[in-house]
Design a protein around this ligand. Structure first.
Ligand SMILES: [Zn+2]
Length: 393
């Protein structure tokens, strides 16, 4: 365990650093959430616990504390939603990224750290539930959750455990334990690597802070040591049919054709050549006159990826959803700009599709776990190992 130096780098409440000294100690105000039970780490020969630390309205950091006696005071301030100043903590690189920036870091609470409760109004932001504890459905995990996104689901165990031995890149043996869990509409695999979580078939649980992962183009939930599993009252009837997973293809856009048209509000057929200056227009198909501003915009995109021969068809709603998520809504009526935008996206795209009909587009920034097809087992085991004791390596 390190001891603090005299030089302290102090972070004020605005989150700016006030000294240029490279000393690794910070004072950070915020709210503690979700303080875990004490855990034992053979590697570190000691006890530790995790929590989430909120440092701004939308900034949540994973935190680890190696000083078991601090657990009680942190659990108390978390329960009472009391703001605190953590004095003399270190910032570490988050486990699912390679670099830490001013905004992206994990917090390490040391032996020398003090926890100082602040007045209720001391912080300029409110206590909010961390995104990883916001409850989502299993369908959300399949359709919306990003890779490595932490989620909370309520689900019933319908099958398992099935265990297999796996070997990591470093030659270490780990036991993979698989369960199938289900909610009202969907089922998903819930896996643990190398550490035991025992679940009972037919029992419902709340899985807090489970991680969304992909293996063999299939999403699953990773139950790490940071995942809190609590038995809850029976969820009743749940989906028993294993989810038919959508096919996905990942690659960069090689060629694209976007076609934009306005459709008639009455007969839904295309109205060609709508002049930007026109206020009223008559549909040549159904003869109904209408305002041009009420016409239905419709963008259809065909594209090919570098990795596949398939010519994908992307319907309007999917194009619109993707542009909304990447904050490019203004391109929705401009076919030429959409083509240019897709061709210049730096990160690979993952298309979820039914045959060639695209249902969801995901842009994989900062993520390499699905972009390679070889070594997939190893690619997927490495982060799991890091997660396993909740500490960055
Ligand atoms: Zn019409």
């Amino acid at each position: 365990m390190q001891t603090p130096t005299k030089k302290m780098r102090v972070m004020d409440t605005a989150g700016t650093s006030s000294a240029s000294s490279p000393s690794p100690y910070y004072n950070i105000p915020g709210y503690a959430h979700n303080v875990s039970p004490l855990k034992h780490s053979p590697k570190l020969r000691g006890q530790y616990f995790n929590f989430t630390f909120q440092t701004a309205k939308k900034d949540f950091h994973e935190a680890v504390c190696f000083s078991a006696e601090k657990r009680k005071s942190l659990a108390t301030v978390a329960d009472k939603k009391t703001p605190v100043m953590l004095r003399s903590v270190t910032k570490t690189v988050p486990f699912n990224t390679t670099t830490s920036t001013d905004d992206q870091y994990d917090v390490r609470v040391n032996q020398s750290t003090t926890i100082e409760p602040l007045k209720k109004q001391a912080l300029s932001f409110v206590h909010l539930v961390p995104p990883s504890l916001q409850q989502v459905s299993i369908s959300y995990v399949y359709d919306k959750a990003n890779i490595d996104q932490a989620v909370t689901v309520l689900a019933k165990v319908i099958d398992g455990p099935v265990t297999t031995d796996r070997t990591t890149r470093e030659g270490k043996h780990l036991v993979l334990t698989k369960y199938i869990i289900a909610d009202k509409d969907s089922t998903i695999e819930a896996n643990t690597w190398g550490h035991p979580i025992t679940l009972k078939t037919g029992i419902s649980y709340r899985f807090s802070h489970a991680l969304t992962k992909v293996f063999d183009n299939k999403k699953y939930l990773l139950l790490s040591k940071n995942t809190d599993v609590k038995e809850i009252s029976d969820l009743g009837k749940v989906q028993q049919q294993m989810q038919q997973q959508k096919e996905t293809t990942t690659g960069s856009v090689q060629s694209i054709n976007a076609i934009f048209n306005y459709h008639c509000t009455s007969c839904k057929k295309i109205i060609p050549d709508v002049s930007p200056a026109a206020i009223l227009i008559r549909c040549n198909s159904c003869q109904m006159k209408q305002t041009t501003s009420s016409l239905l915009p419709y963008m259809v995109v065909k594209l090919q990826l570098t990795s596949s021969e398939i010519k994908f068809h992307v319907p309007h709603s999917v194009v619109q959803d993707f542009l909304n998520r990447t904050e490019k809504q203004n391109l929705l009526t401009d076919a030429n700009s959409i083509e240019d935008y897709f061709l210049t996206i730096q990160a690979p795209l993952t298309l979820q599709h039914d045959n060639a009909q695209v249902e969801y587009i995901q842009c994989l920034t900062n993520d390499t776990s699905t972009s390679t097809t070889s070594n997939q087992t190893q690619e997927n085991m490495s982060p799991a190992e890091q997660n396993a004791d909740g500490t960055p390596i």
